[in-house]
Ligand binder design. Sequence first.
Ligand SMILES: Cc1ncc(C[n+]2csc(CCOP(=O)(O)OP(=O)(O)O)c2C)c(N)n1
Ligand SMILES: [Mg+2]
Length: 394
Amino acid sequence: MAKGDRGTTTRGRQTTARPRGPKAAGGNEPELVQLLTPEGERVEKVTGPDGTEYTVDFTDEEYRGLYRDLVIVRKLDAEATALQRQGELGIWASLLGQEAAQVGSGRALRPQDMAFPTYREHGVLYCRGIDPIMPLGLFRGVDQGGWDPNEFKFNMYTIVIGAQTLHATGYAMGVTMDGKTGGDDGEAVIAYFGDGATSQGDVNEAFVWAGVFNAPMVFFCQNNQYAISEPLERQTRIPLYQRAAGFGFPGIRVDGNDVLATYAVTRAALDSARHGQGPTLIEAYTYRMGAHTTSDDPTRYRIASEVEAWQAKDPIARVRAFIEKQQIADADFFAEIDEQARREAVDLRERVLAMPDPQPDTLFDHVYPNGSPLLDAQRDQFSRYLESFEGSAH
Ligand SMILES: Cc1ncc(C[n+]2csc(CCOP(=O)(O)OP(=O)(O)O)c2C)c(N)n1
Ligand SMILES: [Mg+2]
């Protein structure tokens, strides 16, 4: 769906209005921006700490489109998990629970904006209009996960925690140097990372550079409460979004299970960046409902009641409740979406199973743009080694 300009925000940093978002889980947490409650009630608008008003003004069709996105990315994610369990993928990093954070921010991107993901941003990838098969070669081990970032305005998946924030900041500084900020058609850059990544030197260095050089950056932290088994309290003594103040740019916490609020906050931060107003740190407060990856067993380090508490804040259920209350879709609509999601998952499965195995010597391809004598020698040696097996049982 095309979001156009309907998700609106006005940004003014002069006023000092108090934040008015509802409290996060537990009651003791700082306020966050929420436009859709877990019960599916719309909050008209929320005023951020700097006076920015966050709201959205979607058409019925656009609300239905967001619901469709959320359901489909969850279904494709479940299919990928199943493929791994059946031995068809080497590993999978599920986005379960984080659909709203990813669809909200992904839909807030304008076509010219560049995204730098981690390894979990399958929902953002989907919103960029990219075929979901694209990253599965990496997880199946049949390619190195390389694609042309410029073609999709979506960089490569990055496994090295936090590294992409530096790449993104350098890229964003380049955007400024190219004179591509300053108007509505300016470019902005978004870097995704997790709560654990905020403890990395790379991320803190990226904050320094982006702040000092006023880079057109949005730092989008999905605080899913865990870095593998390490809980949030092992990363920070203060709410993560407050870290931004120390680097000289604004930070804001958004309900990451609320697709509307995530859209509004991300759109505002991106627009601020593209107009030359510098970086923003967004902390999307959410929860990783599944395992860290398929190699992880979260029952070893977290209790079931915690997971159940977050289940009640499910990002998809609240959009469905809202749509039903508004009576902007009927039962056929929901059935049709489920069917579309099922078809897309079957299609994904079939295409994953049909992926060709790579030839071993392709390992040497794409290392250098114009090759190298040393690499050529290594390829020849490796080819002779492979040939030595010909005719043997191995
Ligand atoms: C530099 C580096 N150190 C350690 C790891 C191993 N590792 C992989 S994922 C992960 C936790 C990341 O947690 P977080 O940033 O919260 O992201 P999440 O996986 O929860 O989305 C770690 C430590 C790595 N990939 N890179
Ligand atoms: Mg995390």
